[in-house]
Design a protein around this ligand. Structure first.
Ligand SMILES: [Zn+2]
Length: 180
């Protein structure tokens, strides 16, 4: 009785598009608006993966809502979370129980920058001087065994579409199914 439902997979998806006409910090990515719809059509409606962050942050995610460690401790932020919501997407994922899923998909569409051989993903900022560039390693590590023990032995898929401001189009996909 009350056996938790088994899912082939669960998805965490987010897209950062910015705000039209405002290119000061996060250049507007009009095409990014369609990304989430397209990926949802495939994984949520096609494969039946529930969206873990369905009613949480999934578009224009402030960097501290990706991971609270990026919040500036000296600042007072207004709390805009939905009721009872986790403090950030990283906490949402780390506190999830994946025992009844086979696969976890993490999809992020946003701007990227390459610096000293390291690719970083840009999130939204609430203050102009915030560091909004998150190293890809942090993104991949979120699905590690250490971060999510109930994912041990399961398949993880990370798809990153990282446009770069100084290039016409750069797409990239990282598929990682065996990282410990
Ligand atoms: Zn958090």
């Amino acid at each position: 009785m009350n056996e938790p439902q088994h899912h082939r997979g669960v998805a965490i998806m987010l897209t950062n598009v910015g705000i039209p006409e405002d290119n000061t910090v996060f250049p507007y990515r009009k095409a990014g608006e369609r990304d989430l719809d397209n990926m949802r059509a495939i994984f949520v409606h096609g494969f039946g993966f529930p969206l873990l962050n369905q009613s949480y942050y999934n578009t224009n995610v402030p960097v501290r809502r990706w991971n609270h460690k990026w919040a500036d401790a000296k600042r007072q932020y207004g709390d805009t979370r939905p009721n009872q919501a986790p403090c950030c997407i990283s906490c949402l994922v780390r506190n999830s129980d994946f025992r009844n899923v086979d696969t976890v998909l993490l999809y992020i569409s946003t701007h990227g920058v390459q610096s000293k051989g390291e690719l970083k993903l840009q999130f939204l900022s609430e203050y102009a001087d915030e560091d909004t560039m998150v190293p890809i390693q942090e993104v991949v590590d979120l699905l590690s065994d250490r971060s999510c023990p109930t994912l041990k032995g399961k398949q993880r898929i990370v798809i990153l579409q990282a446009c770069r401001a100084d290039a016409a189009y750069q797409g990239m996909a990282v598929v990682n199914s065996s990282r410990p």
